[in-house]
Design a protein around this ligand. Structure first.
Ligand code: URP
Ligand code: ZN
Ligand code: ZN
Length: 460
């Protein structure tokens, strides 16, 4: 099967040019003006933007969490992602404390195999570092292509590792050529504040936010960065939200340290005033870390342009309102997370590119190219000869409104209900197949496959 995409305006992280793209099988085989190639299918992309399929390196599909499961599974989650132009995701296979890392991989394989529309990989979330885990780190990097290891500095008793385990893991991951990633918030401080608010009878969603002040994230980020410097491991902070935490990253550059940073689209666009909505509505945005202040949004936009923030993900972790209601009388029981995977690219384009906050090249960098480079996905993240033909054809002017009535997430609310965005994903190619066109999905469940990743580096 071959496809010729004609006359699109092609954006990569570096370039902006109008040309044709010729695809043979799963791969881009030629790019040029007026390509003289006969293809099985031709797509007219005149007037459209053409850019690499998005990579969202922070999603939670079918995650067992806080007494329930996130409501998108591999089928619904990767399909929703494709509708919005995200062709690859990285999920988190989470070790159960006391169990092996390999048992987490097996559990996640059962969720994903045969069910995904888009391509996927896993970060391995290490919740219990010991001699057995240490040996598994080597095997996962060398044999399975799982090269990034997630740690949590919060959620004590379930996911959190202490600093000793963190250092042990960092040493081993450094030795084997991997990357350590972190949810950097101070779990003990947060637990103290949760208990304090509960003892004062303060139980509404607002107290979720007030239990995780900026200092809890800034402190843990600084501690993680120091440990990464000491062990010299490639390091990546997930879902960074605030000025205090980004300043820790900035300070580390003064001693020539590089730490990769991901923020998520909600931290750029939404703020903590949503927690003051009447009744239980604020629970829709209960996530960790919580939404922050407008000054933090300004810091994150600046951080993207300063090259300090490298990736914009989602931390997609949806729950139905019925699930959120587990915390109706106690904010600490509200499952943390919200739906976002489908709208990351369109929101960032509309609010970022269209409003002049970031360039189109930066958009490609933070939605696709940097994640591919940081996480060792060599065939992904750009439009170039030899790359997988994961391609978005996008109308930069079409307006549409986000709503739970029309989204493809398996979730009964949207954190962006009623938002009008400019720019719409029209056609998505997934490894050389038309996957989305005309608001319809054209590939079968199971087309998506596991991406074995390469080793990590501190330079991209
Ligand atoms: O609220 C969140 N972020 N839920 C998912 C788990 C995590 O911490 O990333
Ligand atoms: Zn997290
Ligand atoms: Zn997460």
């Amino acid at each position: 099967m071959s496809i010729l995409i004609k006359n699109g305006r092609i954006f990569t992280a570096a370039d902006d040019f109008t040309a044709d793209i010729f695809i043979e099988g799963e791969t881009i085989s030629a790019i040029g003006k007026n390509l003289n190639a006969s293809a099985d299918q031709e797509i007219d992309a005149k007037g459209k933007y053409v850019f690499p399929g998005g990579i969202d390196p922070h999603v939670h599909l079918d995650l067992p969490f806080m007494g329930t499961f996130s409501s998108d599974n591999y089928e619904t989650g990767t399909k929703a992602a494709l509708y919005g132009g995200t062709t690859s995701i990285i999920d988190f296979a989470i070790q159960v404390q006391g169990n092996s890392l390999y048992s987490a991989v097996e559990e996640w394989n059962k969720k994903s195999e045969g069910n995904a529309y888009g391509d996927y990989s896993y970060h391995l979330a290490v919740t219990d570092f010991n001699d057995q885990t240490k040996e598994e780190v080597r095997l996962l990097i060398e044999k399975e292509g799982i090269t990034s290891f997630k740690t949590f500095m919060a959620y004590k008793g379930a996911l959190m590792v202490d600093d000793g385990q963190m250092i042990g893991l960092m040493h081993e991951v450094k030795k084997r050529g991997g990357m350590v990633t972190v949810h950097a918030t101070n779990g003990d401080m947060i637990d103290h504040l949760i208990a304090k608010h509960q003892s004062e009878g303060k139980m509404s969603p607002l107290y979720h936010y007030l239990s995780q002040p900026e200092v809890t994230e800034a402190e843990a980020s600084g501690r993680f960065i120091d440990m990464a410097e000491y062990t010299d491991v490639p390091a990546y902070i997930v879902h960074l939200t605030c000025e205090g935490a980004l300043n820790q990253v900035r300070n580390a550059t003064r001693r020539n340290q590089k730490v990769f940073v991901e923020t998520c689209v909600q931290y750029l666009l939404l703020d903590a005033s949503l927690y003051e909505k009447p009744g239980f509505e604020g629970s829709k945005w209960v996530m960790s870390p919580p939404l922050r202040q407008p000054k933090d949004q300004a810091t994150l936009w600046a951080g993207i342009n300063q090259g300090l923030v490298n990736v914009v993900g989602t931390d997609h972790c949806p729950f139905f309102m019925e699930q959120k209601e587990m915390g109706k009388d106690n904010f600490a029981k509200i499952p943390n997370g919200h739906p976002a995977i489908e709208h990351r690219m369109e929101l960032l384009f509309s609010e970022g590119v269209k409003k002049g906050k970031i360039s189109m090249n930066k958009f490609v960098e933070v939605t696709s190219t940097n994640a591919a480079k940081i996480f060792g996905m060599e065939k992904k993240g750009s439009i170039a000869i030899g790359k997988d033909a994961d391609i978005v054809i996008f109308d930069p002017d079409e307006k549409h409104v986000i709503s739970a009535k029309t989204h493809h997430h398996n979730c009964d609310y949207s954190g962006y209900e009623g938002w009008e965005v400019t720019g719409k994903t029209k056609t998505v190619l997934m490894r050389g197949q038309v996957a989305i066109d005309n608001d319809q999905v054209h590939i079968k469940k199971g087309y998506g496959r596991f991406i074995k990743r390469g080793t990590a580096s501190k330079v991209i």
